[in-house]
Design a protein around this ligand. Structure first.
Ligand code: CA
Ligand code: CA
Ligand code: CA
Length: 462
């Protein structure tokens, strides 16, 4: 069966510097955004049998919840300021995104539970990077490298996820000729924003540093894939009981196969978190006029379990290139100049590389989506009884309001507000979160250009 000629594209762009070290803004090249090659795609339809064994988190939720409540009762006896969790990761101080959403305060409640699995549908994850030590999901019902499909799910030796591009168990990022490092490193960066280990004295911290990640490769090393591969990956994640799926991928076709897979996953209790994509235009695109998928598959579906994420900057204004639009956008999250882990075999010393193992300057809704997916994983960790729809509601009703700071013409277009991990996690734990929202100083800006200048000063001159 010939698959549709549809291309999905990862939704991130790097900010690069010119020869003087100044950041350049418009980095999505025309030929890249228009590069829709014809590739024939043929796959069997797979029937994946749902597993019968539950996570521990499902079998003992009451105990886990009691543990958190007892812990919080103890904490409440002390001044709140004594306790914002501190970590020793050397790059943590540069992770403005974690400060913006009060991650440290959320970590006072939980840094995540290893039973909570987030599937990362992307370009593959280089889990050889030390920041992923212990974070990789393992398929307990599969025996590695024996050439047998031990768990009878249609995938042979899939002990750590699957590569739907090569139909193999190799989930490392794919090397292809002439590829961009952006696409090659995309999945690794996205996964690290969710679940890079914290307090390991190395690199960065993910927002949910103790949950696990399931790599599912649907995009090649150039960042392109098919709707069929995406649909299969969604089904795989749901059958293997991922609680959350992060999809930092967008395409322009409303594909039946993807829509059905999303529906099935939600029926199985999975929360879908997806980026709303970037435009080649720094002003982004209004998704009401130009919808992208799968983000707009959740259009007007308030009862569903999809969260569509756009990106914002340090000033809580829409990040450059980030799409928007009330119909397809539920929430905003930091998506400008973020840090991420780097595949270990990329050339060292590029201007965008902060350390050999990490990259800076990641901008796009691709890096905003995992901020929300990771927070959802914290919520699922602290209260395993919550349904995906309940997790969604908590995330959307605990946001910080950003309307006063949103540019004219974009008000009401960036979702309910900007992610606040502290209040979301504390609400999930049944604990009264600190009521007053700390509003960051806002610099007056009049134009897009001025906005970026302000942002860059804010960031680089500290
Ligand atoms: Ca298998
Ligand atoms: Ca096997
Ligand atoms: Ca770390």
């Amino acid at each position: 069966m010939q698959g549709p000629l549809v291309y999905l594209k990862c939704a991130v762009t790097h900010k690069k510097r010119d020869q003087h070290g100044h950041l350049k803004h418009n980095q999505i090249s025309e030929d890249e955004s228009e590069r829709f090659e014809a590739v024939a795609f043929s796959k069997h339809i797979r029937v994946i049998l749902a597993e019968s064994v539950d996570f521990c988190s499902h079998s003992c939720p009451a105990m886990k919840r009691l543990r958190y409540l007892a812990f919080f009762a103890l904490l409440s006896a002390f001044p709140a300021t004594s306790f914002a969790a501190s970590v020793n990761d050397p790059l943590f101080a540069q992770q403005w995104s974690l400060k913006q959403v009060n991650a440290s305060e959320a970590w006072d409640v939980t840094m995540g539970d290893a039973s909570v699995v987030v599937a990362v549908i992307d370009t593959g994850i280089d889990t050889r990077n030390p920041d992923f030590k212990g974070s990789l999901w393992t398929n307990a019902y599969e025996v590695a490298n024996n050439g047998i499909d031990d768990d009878n799910n249609g995938y042979i030796d899939d002990i750590h996820g699957w590569n739907f591009q090569t139909d193999s168990s190799d989930t490392l990022p794919m090397r292809v000729t002439g590829q961009s490092t952006e696409a090659y490193g995309h999945g690794t960066a996205v996964a690290s924003i969710i679940a890079a280990r914290a307090n390991d004295g190395f690199g960065m911290a993910g927002i949910a540093p103790k949950v696990r990640i399931m790599p599912l490769v649907v995009l090649d090393g150039d960042g392109f894939g098919s709707n069929q591969g995406l649909a299969e990956a969604i089904r795989y994640a749901a059958a293997k009981k991922a609680r959350i799926i992060n999809i930092s991928v967008t395409g322009y076709e409303d594909a039946d196969e993807v829509r059905f897979a999303l529906y099935e996953a939600q029926q199985l209790g999975v929360l879908i978190v997806t980026a709303v994509g970037n435009s080649g235009d720094v002003n982004g695109e209004d998704l009401t006029e130009t919808p992208v998928y799968p983000a707009c598959n959740g259009k007007n579906d308030a009862s569903g379990a999809m969260i569509r994420v756009t990106g914002t900057d340090t000033l809580d204004q829409r990040a450059p290139h980030a799409n928007f639009g009330a119909d397809c956008t539920d929430i905003a999250a930091p998506g400008h100049e973020l840090l991420g882990a780097h595949p270990i075999d990329l050339p060292k010393g590029s201007t965008a590389t902060t350390t050999p193992d990490h990259v800076s300057g990641l901008t796009g809704t691709s890096v905003a989506s995992p901020m929300v997916a990771g927070t959802a994983a914290l919520i699922a960790s602290v209260n395993p009884e919550l349904t995906a729809s309940e997790i969604r509601n908590i995330l959307l009703t605990t946001v910080d309001t950003i309307e006063p700071r949103v540019m004219n013409g974009e008000k009401g277009q960036l979702g309910y507000g900007r992610l606040n991990a502290e209040r979301a996690v504390k609400k999930a734990a049944g604990v009264q979160a600190a009521a007053p929202v700390v509003v960051k100083p806002v610099q007056p800006v009049n134009t897009q250009k001025a906005q970026w200048d302000a942002v860059f000063r804010f960031w680089f001159d500290r």
